[in-house]
Design a protein around this ligand. Structure first.
Ligand code: HAM
Length: 422
């Protein structure tokens, strides 16, 4: 026999049971976007590589799946979706009334070291609010993020809010070599202060800058930690964001001025959400405010957005409690004998037309094997079609949970099942 072909490392297959849970959670997350007035967009899975190399930063670019197409153009599988949405905005949506509130669900690709919660193909739901950088815009986007998480059923999570503007200008004002400045920010993102110290020594960068950065990045806690800092545009902005969030009923956010983010395009407020029950890969969401439109040939426009890792969300929700989904089938129709088969087909067609999830024996099994199958696929009821029952224009309705059987008029079996499943 030929060896089995395996799926690529870092990718997954999802079976029907897993997909039932994922779809249910995804639906709840989409509903939250609609409640906040965000409309769905879909962009291509691959783009010209330049879209991502322009500003995403080396962290992402090093992990990109890049390939030449048959026209010798350099393409990339999208490592994230923000750049695509902003390209779409510049191409076609820039005359739309603002703010433009868009959301998306899609797969992303990053050549990472796979582990639990970290994959090479993973799924995001994200949102971008285009056209403003007011504190209320940032608060609206954070409020949507929190609502999505709550709607999906996640209870235990920590929202950390920071501002990248000060750190970026601190680093860029004093470190003129752009690559070195980017390296400093990247090490800060990883909170790797030892490596950052080594880099400062190797490049003979001023030690007092290191201390200033480290002290600023260490400002963490409730909103009152900002009172110990000089009042700046950034600190006042964060305070206003917290004020609006409070009105929205979101009161337990933390300040974290050490948030740097793995992507390079942020310029203002940045935020992350962690699910503490997850291990190393506990960050379920990342986002912030940025400008990308100019870079893609449009006019400068401020935007704020975020993306949630759906795979990590599933792990986080299930670490709290199992996701309960309705049975895959409401009814499974079983012909008692061969000559009842056609009648069974008619019955399943009727149940389906009444909006029930219904299936019928296609394997020509006997009753007991059929009931075993019905139970293994999670059917809520079996509808047994027998000759004697037929004579009374009836079928036997079997509750697959209790095993209880009732004779029900064939014409009424659909409404009886609907009644019993509520
Ligand atoms: P990001 O932080 O790179 O931001 O990704 C967002 C979320 O995607 C992460 O918090 C994580 O939950 C999930 N994620 C990232 N990489 C992986 C992976 N390899 N496996 C599983 N999950 C992963 C962005 O992508 C930005 N586009 C967010 C944004 C939107 N900023 C503004 N607008």
């Amino acid at each position: 026999m030929r060896p089995m072909i395996q799926r690529p490392r870092g990718t997954r297959d999802f079976g029907p049971a897993e997909m039932a849970k994922r779809s249910q959670v995804e639906r709840a997350m989409r509903d939250a976007c609609h409640r906040f007035g965000f409309g769905e967009v879909v962009t291509p899975t691959f783009e010209t590589a330049e879209l991502f190399t322009l500003r995403s930063g080396p962290g992402i670019v090093d992990e990109m799946y890049v390939f030449k197409d048959k026209g010798d153009r350099e393409m990339a599988l999208r490592p994230e979706i923000t750049a695509s949405v902003m390209r779409f905005f510049v191409n076609d949506l820039s005359t739309q009334p603002r703010p433009l509130k868009l959301y998306y669900v899609g797969n992303c690709f990053r050549y990472e070291n796979p582990q639990s919660g970290r994959y090479r193909e993973f799924f995001q739901i994200g949102a971008e609010l285009i056209g403003s950088k007011n504190p209320e815009t940032d608060a609206e986007v954070i409020a949507l993020a929190v609502n999505i998480l709550r709607s999906a059923g996640l209870e235990d999570f920590v929202v950390r809010i920071g501002h990248i503007g000060i750190l970026k200008s601190m680093v860029k004002d004093e470190i003129k070599d752009e690559k070195v400045a980017a390296d400093v920010l990247r090490l800060l993102d990883k909170e790797d202060f030892d490596a950052m110290g080594d880099l400062f020594d190797a490049r003979a960068l001023p030690r007092n800058l290191f201390d200033k950065i480290a002290a600023y990045a260490d400002v963490k806690g409730d909103i009152t930690v900002l009172n110990n800092l000089d009042q700046t545009e950034a600190t006042e902005h964060i305070k206003e964001v917290f004020d609006v969030l409070k009105i929205y009923g979101i009161e337990d956010c933390q300040v974290d001025l050490g948030i740097v983010r793995g992507l390079d395009y942020y310029s203002g407020m940045v935020f992350e959400i962690d699910a503490p029950k997850l291990g190393a890969e506990k960050q379920v969401l990342g986002g912030g405010s940025y400008t990308l439109s100019e870079l893609f040939g449009g006019e400068p426009v401020f935007s704020t957005g975020f993306a949630i890792g759906i795979d990590r969300m599933m792990l986080a929700i299930e670490a709290e409690k199992p996701v309960e989904v309705p049975p895959a089938l409401d009814a499974y129709v079983v012909p008692a004998k061969d000559d009842m088969r056609k009648y069974a087909f008619g019955m399943v067609a009727r149940l389906r037309s009444q909006g029930l999830k219904a299936d019928v024996d296609l394997m020509r099994r006997n009753i007991s094997k059929n009931l075993k199958y019905a139970s293994s696929v999670g059917a809520r009821f079996a509808v047994i079609v027998g000759k004697e029952e037929m004579a009374k224009r009836s079928v036997m309705l079997r509750d697959m949970k209790s095993g209880e059987q009732t004779l029900v008029l064939a014409d009424e079996v659909g409404s009886e099942i609907a009644k019993r499943i509520g």
